[in-house]
Design a protein around this ligand. Structure first.
Ligand code: ADP
Ligand code: FDM
Length: 234
């Protein structure tokens, strides 16, 4: 940064399985930061409002029995949906706004790589490996912190039954949770993107207070160290 230019905002990512409380906590955190007069923007992926997002929405809402869409093609659409947002995301941070984001590339990799034969529309090209799934997201703006809202499958189910969307199935969600753990250990080996695992079974207010403390420390670190925006898995 040149003297006088604003410090960049922090990029905070919330990840976790369905029903862990991401939507609730993103909105509480955004409100908290705005109340402190800190410019903050909430993002969520998939962003269903774009053309690419419309295709993703159609895919998620159609049943798995409706074949037709290749699993790799849909994976690339999820990634494209992040890439089309990437310039705006980087710009928002450069302007000094913080970003609180609901899902990102980790969800992308966790969900696709967790698919088994019964979840797939075709078995063309064999296994959906972690490596293959990570490739299209390499180079995206990386978060300054990943907050993983950790919730047992049984607890998630108690929060209201799953709706009709394609991935809202118990067995898939359980495998998704272990893929997230693999991605966490890769980041920990790499040492650039810190993960904070939070027990999401606590009350909304208790979880919120923990997140406030993580976010406050992350903003502090990013701005004191003037750390440049990192790139995903690069
Ligand atoms: P996600 O966006 O991760 O799917 P939501 O924030 O939409 O999760 O929460 C899913 C449901 O669980 C909502 O009905 C919400 O009110 C409820 N909920 C969220 N956090 C908690 C919590 N800590 N304890 C109990 N219920 C919660
Ligand atoms: N999902 C989400 C993916 O499969 N890949 C991705 O890249 C992203 C961001 O889409 F089941 C899955 C996760 C979830 C579904 O997400 C829709 P929301 O948070 O319920 O809208």
């Amino acid at each position: 940064t040149t003297p006088g230019s604003p410090k960049r905002g922090a990029f905070i990512l919330l990840e976790g399985v369905d029903r862990c409380g991401k939507t609730t906590q993103v909105s509480l955190l955004t409100r908290h930061l705005l109340n402190l007069s800190l410019a903050t923007v909430a993002y969520r992926f998939p962003d269903r409002t774009t053309q690419v997002g419309g295709l993703i929405n159609g895919y998620l809402q159609s049943s798995a029995e409706v074949g037709g869409v290749d699993d790799r093609a849909i994976h690339l659409l999820f990634s494209a949906n992040r890439w089309e947002a990437a310039p705006k995301l980087a710009d928002t941070l450069a302007q000094g706004s913080h970003i609180i984001c609901d899902r990102y590339a980790y969800s992308g990799v966790a969900f696709t790589s967790a698919k088994r034969e019964e979840d797939r529309s075709s078995m063309s090209g064999g296994e959906l490996t972690l490596d293959w799934c990570m490739c299209p997201d390499i180079g995206l703006p990386a978060p300054d912190a990943v907050i993983f809202l950790d919730l047992e499958q049984e607890e998630a189910e108690k929060r209201g039954g799953y709706g009709g969307e394609r991935y809202e199935k118990k067995e898939l969600q359980t495998r998704v949770r272990s893929r997230f753990a693999e991605l966490q250990s890769l980041d920990e080996k790499d040492g650039r993107v810190p993960w904070h695992v939070v027990d999401a079974s606590k009350s909304i207010e208790e979880v919120h207070q923990e997140l406030v403390s993580i976010v406050t420390n992350t903003i502090d670190r990013v701005q004191t160290e003037s750390s440049p925006l990192q790139r995903m898995w690069a």
